[in-house]
Design a protein around this ligand. Structure first.
Ligand SMILES: Cc1ncc(COP(=O)(O)O)c(C=O)c1O
Length: 343
């Protein structure tokens, strides 16, 4: 069986309910001078969707096949990944424990509130490093196992060599959709942190002879000491699971920290303009933590003639962060049209 056939037959759950559409962004494209499409992974059926759901479709099919009764996942208090795990656990009838770091927010907002609503057991571990967070998670997983649970542990961002195969499949899905529109994929631009999304898209592209460019816009600092090396190891590991004979090197991992700004969840040049432009031109929402930084990158790279079109902005979700009062306040004060309205 070829690697592509193995990929297509990969055991996976359906947590999205339908194939997310790809839509041409006519007015946004006109405004920035390059053809842009949007792959709408911000919509789906389980737990407000987003890119983590694609990873979980593959990873949790494996977990369930191994008899898992309890999922353990880790992330910040506002993590989209932990929210997706909590929602998927509810949908699959599994128990869920989440290890959450950072001190803020201390009020029940955004994903933190949803984690609890989906029935997860929340354990707060304070302001620890990503590395220490993983150690806490291993300890809790062992405790649960000793109490009789069959635990399946998901690492930060649910990124792994197996879960990235969800995005190798996603690449194929997009490729076919674009073909039906009579278009090829020039460049895919997406927000990146734990790397499963990037690794999977790179692998999908590799399986098709490196026909497009994949650009990851890094939105979190210090997730790994060697970002490129870690992303590459996921992609190579995914290739091994498929018995694929593709040569992947560091040069295939095209990620940039140029749009990170002041850090994870913090302002960056052009971020509010990007949120504003997409909202006013297309009625589409992106958040200031993840997908907004990818859109800011598209606008900037397009202005420098650095993008090969057609460009696909992979909307990885997370737009509900707009309703978090801390982000909402910043957006309100940054956008002239809003801040001039007296409340
Ligand atoms: C909305 C959103 N976009 C993008 C990403 C980055 O994806 P990855 O962790 O696969 O790099 C995340 C991960 O937390 C996310 O929540």
């Amino acid at each position: 069986m070829s690697a592509l056939e193995t990929l297509d037959r990969l055991p996976r759950l359906d947590l999205r309910g339908f194939v997310s559409p790809v839509q041409r962004l006519e007015r946004f494209s006109e405004a920035i001078g390059i053809e842009v499409w949007c792959k709408r992974d911000d919509i789906g059926s389980v737990g407000l969707a987003g890119n983590k759901v694609r990873k979980l479709e593959v990873e949790l099919a494996y977990a369930v096949s191994r008899g898992a009764t309890h999922l353990v996942a880790e992330g910040s208090r506002l993590s989209n990944a932990t929210r997706a795990v909590a929602a998927a656990s509810a949908a699959l009838g599994l128990k869920c424990t989440l290890l959450l770091c950072h001190e803020e927010p201390r009020e029940p907002v955004g994903n933190l509130m949803l984690d609890g609503l989906f029935g997860a057991d929340l354990r707060f571990v304070g302001d620890v490093s990503w590395h220490d967070l993983a150690r806490h998670s291993v300890t809790v997983a062992s405790e649960l196992e000793r109490s009789g649970e069959r635990v399946y542990r998901l690492p930060i961002g649910c990124a792994s060599e197996r879960s990235c195969l969800g995005f190798a499949l996603a690449y194929r899905e997009l490729r076919e959709q674009m073909r039906q529109h009579g278009r090829a994929i020039g460049t895919i631009v997406h927000a990146s942190s734990s790397g499963g999304t990037h690794a999977g898209l790179v692998l999908g592209n590799a399986l098709h002879g490196f026909e497009s460019e994949i650009r990851g816009i890094v939105v979190a600092e210090d997730v790994y000491s060697d970002v490129v090396g870690t992303y590459l190891s996921f992609a190579r590991g995914g290739a091994r699971l498929l018995n694929a004979e593709v040569e992947l090197t560091r040069d295939h991992i095209k990620v940039t920290k140029a749009y990170l700004g002041a850090g994870y969840g913090l302002p960056a040049d052009g971020i509010y303009e990007a949120i504003d432009l997409l909202a006013t031109k297309e009625g589409l929402l992106v958040d200031p933590v993840y997908s907004g930084k990818a859109v800011a990158a598209i606008i900037d790279l397009a202005s420098q003639g650095e993008l090969k079109g057609p460009v696909v902005f992979w909307h990885t979700g997370g737009y509900h962060a707009l309703f978090d009062p801390r982000y909402a306040k910043r957006i309100w004060s940054a956008i002239d049209r809003l801040s001039s309205v007296a409340l």
